[in-house]
Design a protein around this ligand. Structure first.
Ligand code: BGC
Length: 397
C-alpha cells in the first residue's frame, strides 16, 4: 500500500438529485411517467427520502463524515410550477439550502436540470419545443438571480446524453420515444440550452464556475469494433463534449465500461462481476473517461461529479472507489486538472425506472421512518476526504 494525496482544495463530496430524494415532486414529467398506465417504473418516487424536509439532516451527515462539498439539484417544476409563474418560496428553500452548505463548510455544487422537466413544458413538447432552450435559460436566469451569490459551482444540465438516449432512442425514460431523428433534434436542443444557460449563469448574480455534467463510458473496441465504437461514442459523448468547449469545467460521470464489436455493443465479459444495475464492475473506467474528456475538450478542467456503484455489498463500494480514485490520481500525475471527486450518491434513493432497488448510497434510508443509516463506506470515504489522501495498492504520493 502507498498513500496517494490530492491537491489542496480538492472537492470531496456526495451527490443527489431533487427528484430522487425530495419526495412529492408531482409537477414534473417523471411523476407523470411513473403514474402513466403501463409505466415501466417499478414504483412511484412517492416520498423518496423526504429530503424536501430533511435536507438539514443530509447536510449534517455530510459534514459529520468529513466532506467539504455537496452536489444537489434544484427542481424546475417547483420553482416555475406554471409557465412564467415563479415560486419565491421554492427559491427561498434552495437559497436556505445553499447558505446552510456554506455554514457547514460544504461547497454547494448546484445542478439546474437533473432529468426532470415541468409538466407545462412537456405538455407542449418538452425538449422538442422550439423555445425549450430559451425557457430553460429563463429559469436559470430567475434562479441565479435569487441564489447565485451562494452557488459554489453551477452544473447546467445533468447528463443530456442520457436524457436524449434513454428518452428518445431506448424509449425507457420519458417520453419513451424510439426515433433516431427526434433524438438528434433533442441533442441539439440540449446543447443549445446548455450554451444559453452558461451565458445566463455567467452574466447573473454571483461568480462561480459553470459546466455541464456528462455520462461517460469507457467504450472499448474489440476485434474490429473501432468503427462502431467511434459511432456510438460520437453520439453519446462527443456531440456534448464539443458543446463544452470554453466552459469552466466539465463534470465527468462514469459507472462502467462497454465493449463494442463490429456489430455494436457486446454483452458483459464472462467472469467480470455485475453490479445491481447489470453493469460490469469496472472501476478503471473512470480514469479512461477523464483522459478522454480532457483530450476531446482541449483541456477543459474536469470535476468527477458522479462516480459510484449500486451494490448491496458495502465492502465492494470501498474497493470500487479505491480503484477509481487511484485512476484519478494517475490523471493528476499526468497533469490533467481534476478538481474533485463527488460520489454518487449520498443516500439510497429513487433510481428512476428501477425504483428503490439499486443501492448506491453511502447511507441507507429507512423506507418508513426515513432515518439515514450511514454505511461503513460513508465513514471510510469521509476519512479519505478529511485526510485528502487514500491508501492505494502500490504507488507513492
Ligand atoms: C444519474 C443519476 C443516477 C445514477 C445512477 C446517473 O446516470 O445522473 O441520476 O441515479 O447515474 O444510475
Amino acid at each position: 500500500m502507498a498513500t496517494a494525496t490530492f491537491p489542496d482544495g480538492f472537492l470531496w463530496g456526495a451527490a443527489s438529485a431533487a427528484h430522487q430524494i425530495e419526495g412529492a415532486n408531482i409537477n414534473n414529467n417523471w411523476w407523470e411517467f411513473e403514474h402513466a398506465p403501463g409505466t415501466p417504473c417499478a414504483v412511484s418516487s412517492g416520498d423518496a427520502c423526504d429530503s424536501w424536509h430533511r435536507w438539514p439532516d443530509d447536510l449534517d451527515l455530510l459534514t459529520s463524515l468529513g466532506f467539504n462539498a455537496y452536489r444537489f439539484s434544484i427542481e424546475w417544476s417547483r420553482i416555475e410550477p406554471e409557465e412564467g409563474e415563479w415560486s419565491v418560496a421554492a427559491l427561498e428553500h434552495y437559497r436556505r439550502q445553499c447558505a446552510a452548505c456554506w455554514e457547514r463548510g460544504l461547497v454547494p455544487l448546484v445542478t439546474f436540470h437533473h432529468f426532470t422537466t415541468p409538466r407545462w413544458l412537456t405538455a407542449r413538447g418538452g425538449w422538442e419545443a422550439s423555445d425549450a432552450p430559451e425557457r430553460f435559460a429563463r429559469f436559470c436566469d430567475r434562479a441565479v438571480d435569487h441564489l447565485g451569490d451562494l452557488v459554489g459551482w453551477g452544473c447546467t444540465i445533468n447528463e443530456p446524453n442520457i436524457v436524449s438516449f434513454m428518452g428518445y432512442l431506448a424509449g425507457i425514460f420519458p417520453p419513451a420515444v424510439q426515433d433516431v431523428e427526434r433524438r438528434r433534434a433533442v441533442d441539439a436542443s440540449l446543447c443549445r440550452a446548455h450554451r444559453l444557460a452558461v451565458d445566463v449563469l455567467h452574466g447573473g448574480r454571483g461568480d462561480f464556475p459553470v459546466g455541464l455534467t456528462l455520462s461517460m463510458t469507457d467504450y472499448q473496441a474489440m476485434d474490429g469494433g473501432e468503427t462502431q465504437r467511434d459511432r456510438i461514442r460520437r453520439a453519446m459523448e462527443d456531440v456534448f463534449l464539443e458543446a463544452t468547449r470554453g466552459d469552466d469545467f466539465v463534470g465527468v460521470q462514469c459507472y462502467t465500461r462497454m465493449r463494442v464489436g463490429p456489430t455494436g455493443a457486446l454483452p458483459a465479459e464472462e467472469g467480470v462481476p455485475l453490479t445491481q444495475m447489470g453493469y460490469e464492475y469496472w472501476p478503471q473506467a473512470l480514469e479512461a473517461v477523464i483522459r478522454r474528456a480532457w483530450d476531446v475538450t482541449g483541456a477543459v478542467p474536469v470535476v468527477v461529479t458522479e462516480s459510484g456503484i449500486g451494490t448491496a455489498m458495502d465492502s465492494q463500494r470501498i474497493a470500487y472507489v479505491t480503484e477509481a480514485l487511484a485512476g484519478v490520481r494517475r490523471c493528476l500525475d499526468d497533469g490533467i486538472d481534476v478538481g474533485g471527486y463527488i460520489y454518487w450518491s449520498l443516500l439510497d434513493n429513487f433510481e428512476w425506472v428501477l425504483g428503490f432497488a439499486p443501492t448506491f448510497g453511502l447511507a441507507a434510508v429507512d423506507r418508513d421512518s426515513f432515518e439515514r443509516r450511514p454505511k461503513p463506506s460513508a465513514s471510510w470515504l469521509g476519512a479519505v476526504a478529511r485526510a485528502n489522501a487514500i491508501d492505494v495498492p502500490g504507488r507513492g504520493a
